[in-house]
Design a protein around this ligand. Structure first.
Ligand code: PMP
Length: 360
C-alpha cells in the first residue's frame, strides 16, 4: 500500500493527492496521444492547450484583469529579484519593505543592479517577529516601484494591506499566492515560485500589468518580460511538466470552490495549529502579533534544543514530517499550504497538546 505522510515542508511542498493521482494516471498516455506530457513537444497543439488552460485557470481563480499578462518562467523567485529591477527600475530608484531574509535578498540584488534602494520599513531589528509597519508618505513618489514580500516563509509573518501609493506595487507572493483573496489590480507585478501553493519547483509565475512591460530597452533577451510576453511564455522551452501540474492544481482548486474556499479553510487550519501552540506550556510561536500571523508558515519553538529534537523525532514517527524550522531561527515550522488537509493540521495540533502534557 502507498505510504503517505503529512508533509509540513516549506517548499517544495505538499500537493493535492487527487492531482498526483491524476498525473500518475496520465503518466504514460496523456489523453490518448500515446506519450507522457514530459515527452510532448512544447510546440504541439496538445501542449499549447495545456499551457492555455493553465493560464485560463489562474486567471479565473485570481480574477486577473485582461490588462495583465500571466507569464510562466524559470529561474525561481530568486531570478525575479533581478528581473523586476531590470524591467521596472527605469530611473534606478526603488523602495522596499524589508520583512526578512527573502526581501533582504531582493534588496541586495536590486542594489547589485545599481538601483538606489530606500528601505521604508524593516523588521530585522525586531528579529522579524512582526510585519514592519510603514506609511504611504515614507514611500518616495518618484521611485519606480515599491517592493513587498507579502508572506515571510521563514518568520511566519504576512501583510496583505497595501499603502495607497502612486507608484506600482510589486509583491513577492511565493509563499502565499492564492491562499486568500486579493485584488490583482492593486498591484503592478505579482510573482511567485510555484513550489509552495502551485506545483513543482521549476516554474515561476509572473502576473504583470501590460504597461509595465517594455519600459527599458536593450535588456538581455531572457531577462526581458517583453520577450516572454510576446511569445506566450514560449520564447524557449518552458518547464512543460511543471506547468501541466500547475494546470491540474488550478482545475482542482476551481472544482473545490476557488480561493474563497481555500481562504476560509486556511484560516481554520492556522487557527487550529496556533491554538495548540498558544495554549501549550512548552512552546511559543515566533509571531505573537495575531494580525501579523501567516496563514501558511507557523514557526514555533521550545526553549530547549533537547525538547525541539525530541518533538521532531516523535512527530516524524507519527507521520508528521519536515517540521524542522529554518536553520536561521531553529525550532519548528509548520508550513500548511493550500494542499495541506485540515486533518493534517488537526493531527499536528493533537500531537502538540499530547507532547506538551507528557513533557512539561
Ligand atoms: N521569496 C520567498 C518569499 C520564498 O519563500 C522563496 C523560497 N523559499 C524565494 C523567494 C526564493 O524562491 P526560489 O527558490 O524559487 O528562487
Amino acid at each position: 500500500m502507498t505510504h503517505r505522510v503529512y508533509n509540513f515542508s516549506a517548499g517544495p511542498a505538499v500537493l493535492p493527492e487527487e492531482v498526483l493521482k491524476k498525473a500518475a494516471s496520465e503518466m504514460l498516455d496523456y489523453e490518448g496521444c500515446g506519450m507522457s506530457v514530459m515527452e510532448l513537444s512544447h510546440r504541439s497543439s496538445i501542449y499549447q492547450k495545456i499551457i492555455d488552460d493553465a493560464e485560463a485557470g489562474i486567471r479565473k481563480l485570481m480574477e486577473i484583469p485582461s490588462n495583465y499578462k500571466v507569464l510562466f518562467l524559470q529561474g525561481g523567485a530568486s531570478l525575479q529579484f533581478l528581473m523586476v529591477p531590470a524591467n521596472l527600475a527605469k530611473t534606478k530608484k526603488a523602495d522596499f519593505v524589508n520583512s526578512g531574509q527573502w526581501s533582504g535578498k531582493a534588496i541586495k540584488e536590486a542594489k547589485k543592479y545599481g538601483v538606489d534602494v530606500k528601505v521604508v520599513a524593516d523588521s530585522n531589528p525586531g528579529n522579524n517577529t512582526y510585519f514592519p509597519k510603514y506609511k504611504a508618505e515614507d514611500v518616495r513618489s518618484d521611485a519606480d516601484y515599491l517592493h513587498i514580500t507579502s508572506n515571510n516563509t521563514i518568520y511566519g509573518t504576512k501583510n496583505m494591506v497595501l499603502p495607497k501609493v502612486n507608484i506600482p506595487i510589486v509583491s513577492d507572493m511565493s509563499s502565499n499566492i492564492m491562499s486568500e483573496k486579493i485584488n490583482v489590480s492593486d498591484y503592478g507585478v505579482i510573482y511567485a515560485g510555484a513550489q509552495k501553493n502551485i506545483g513543482p519547483a521549476g516554474v515561476v509565475i509572473v502576473i504583470i500589468r501590460e504597461d509595465l512591460i517594455g519600459l527599458v530597452s536593450g535588456l538581455p533577451t531572457m531577462l526581458d518580460y517583453k520577450t516572454h510576453s510576446e511569445k506566450g511564455s514560449m520564447f524557449n522551452t518552458p518547464p512543460t511538466y511543471g506547468v501541466y501540474i500547475a494546470k491540474l492544481v488550478f482545475d482542482h482548486m476551481i472544482a473545490n470552490g476557488g480561493i474563497e474556499y481555500y481562504e476560509a479553510l486556511n484560516r481554520k487550519k492556522a487557527a487550529i495549529v496556533y491554538e495548540a501552540i498558544d495554549n501549550s506550556k512548552l512552546f511559543k510561536a515566533h509571531v505573537q502579533n495575531k494580525e501579523d500571523r501567516s496563514l501558511m508558515n507557523i514557526p514555533f519553538f521550545s526553549q530547549s534544543e533537547e525538547i525541539n529534537a525530541k518533538f521532531l523525532k516523535e512527530a516524524a514517527a507519527e507521520g508528521l514530517v519536515t517540521l524542522k524550522g529554518h536553520r536561521s531561527i531553529g525550532g519548528m515550522r509548520a508550513s500548511i499550504y493550500n494542499a495541506m488537509p485540515i486533518e493534517g493540521c488537526q493531527k499536528l495540533a493533537d500531537f502538540i497538546k499530547n507532547f506538551d502534557k507528557a513533557n512539561s
